[in-house]
Design a protein around this ligand. Structure first.
Ligand SMILES: [Zn+2]
Length: 492
């Protein structure tokens, strides 16, 4: 498909003056959104945004239909930037502008003097160029040490030269597009004032030499809710210009969390087959859920959805490593792989004082254990597992390192009477692959351990629990793996 390359041809095309002259970017967003709502009905307006269909998405739709500038308020890892970037899907696929213009002037209503002169001189021969939707999205992280101050950059250009050779800053270059500022409260006060002036007046003032740039920009922002509401962080006139404040949130259910993690994590890898059991996915997701509730973890920073995403990638890698080492064709993650994924978990926890005292490693293990206990209950509440517990109480022991081959592990697991009969709730039977059976058996043992029915030590030897001992004795031996003698010891 070819597009008109001169103003004259543009006039005779579907990009007519009548249609484009007064069509501002917010009108364009509004019209394209209305069309999409009419065409797709209840289908998600923003594909790939999971769990917001009944909460965040309707509010965003309302903000766009209202032609508002808006802000997303939420903790980290709540897909705020992703939503803002998805707004480009509501822009026209191609937008004509005066070729060579740094602020992408509307050919029918240019605001810079260069373009006005050009059109006066060349008329219908004026050259036209096009921007696609992605090119009309300008994003800025409002870190305190920014060297590119959008307002100053615009001014600097004007001061150094004349209006004819302006070097525009970020905001003017977002003209006729979307300008996104992440973490708005981090933007210095004087820059907020400058931003407001441009929004309000479209004026850039330079030493009594005012230049009017009535910019056409859809402004969208993101912020941490506490920073945003803190007194003095955002100048009031700027706040007034933000039409809608929309709260984001973490996934409401484990299923939604799993759907997001499955979409974002790198799970489909080259080479061998993989079977990712549901209970492993659930445990990984519940770590984040447990962390968001845990008082040892800072509520203000939140626990990003990137935690289960990175953990998932590490879990699969550990299973991959085991499969390569043992020359196995099928990769099946186990619960021990979740413990091996601690490096992908600890860094994403902002600890409170109590958590700091215990250490990220300890807190991480506690969260994994809580996630296992809860997931185990989903499958085995009411199941009679006395026979398995008894086997251990009678002195049975079994070592299941995360590197042991599936065939060797299954040989050992067969020793445990009653265990193989309990796999039905996991939809696993003796007809399934060795790798899958081992993973399922290990999940049951880890579940019993999480509930303190059986014990496990640093070498991953499962053995009798401590429940029958006297209180003093118990104090001494209780959960030895949770109080490692050597701090840095890795025992998976
Ligand atoms: Zn221009």
């Amino acid at each position: 498909m070819s597009f008109p390359l001169t103003l004259g041809a543009l006039r005779r095309s579907s990009f007519s003056e009548e249609r484009l002259r007064t069509r501002h970017v917010k009108d364009e967003l509004r019209e394209n959104l209305s069309a999409r709502l009419r065409a797709t009905g209840d289908a998600p307006v923003f594909p790939g945004i999971v769990g917001y269909d009944d909460t965040v998405v309707p509010q965003i739709i309302n903000a766009i239909l209202s032609r508002h500038n808006f802000i997303l308020l939420g903790l980290r890892g709540q897909a705020k930037s992703r939503i803002l970037r998805a707004l480009t899907t509501l822009l026209d696929p191609q937008m004509p502008y005066v070729a060579g213009c740094e602020i992408h002037d509307n050919p029918y209503a240019p605001i810079c003097r260069n373009c006005r002169d050009e059109i006066a001189r060349r008329g219908d021969e004026t050259a036209i160029a096009y921007l696609n939707a992605e090119e009309r999205y300008v994003e800025k992280l409002a870190t305190p040490d920014v060297t590119i101050d959008p307002i100053k950059a615009a001014r600097g250009g004007h001061e150094l030269s004349s209006e004819f050779t302006v070097h525009y800053g970020l905001l003017p270059r977002a003209n006729r597009g979307i300008f996104a500022i992440n973490e708005l409260p981090d933007l210095a006060g004087k820059i907020q004032v400058g931003l407001f002036n441009i929004m309000q007046e479209g004026d850039v003032q330079i030493k009594g030499y005012p230049i009017r740039l009535p910019l056409d920009v859809a402004l969208v922002f993101s912020a941490n809710p506490e920073d945003y509401t803190a007194r003095g962080k955002i100048i009031t006139p700027l706040k007034d210009r933000i039409g809608s404040e929309i709260r984001t949130h973490y996934p409401a259910t484990v299923e939604e969390g799993i759907a997001i993690t499955a979409q974002e994590a790198w799970t489909r890898r080259n080479g061998g087959d993989m079977h990712l059991p549901n209970y492993v996915q659930e445990v990984i997701e519940r770590i984040a859920f447990a962390a968001r509730e845990d008082k040892k973890i800072d509520k203000r920073s939140g626990v990003s959805q990137r935690l289960p995403i990175s953990a998932m990638e590490n879990v699969i890698s550990n299973a991959e490593r085991r499969a390569i080492r043992n020359d196995e064709k099928l990769v099946v993650p186990r619960i021990s792989d979740v413990y091996a994924a601690l490096p992908a978990i600890t860094g994403k926890l902002e600890l409170e004082y109590e958590g700091e005292m215990k250490g990220a490693d300890f807190v991480g293990r506690e969260l994994i254990r809580a996630a296992i206990a809860k997931t185990y209950d989903e499958y085995f509440t009411g199941a009679n597992v006395n026979q398995i517990v008894q086997w251990f109480d009678l002195g049975g022991e079994i070592q299941l390192s995360d590197s042991i081959s599936a065939s060797e592990a299954l040989e050992n697991l067969k020793e445990i009477q009653g265990l193989a009969d309990k796999l039905a709730p996991l939809s696993v039977s003796h007809n399934d692959s060795t790798e899958l059976q081992v993973s399922a058996c290990e999940f049951i043992l880890e579940g019993l351990h999480a509930h303190k029915r059986i014990g496990r030590n640093e070498e991953r030897v499962f053995k009798a629990g401590e429940k029958k001992q006297e209180p003093r004795e118990r104090e001494k031996n209780f959960e030895p793996e949770d109080r490692p003698s050597r701090q840095r010891r890795q025992f998976n």
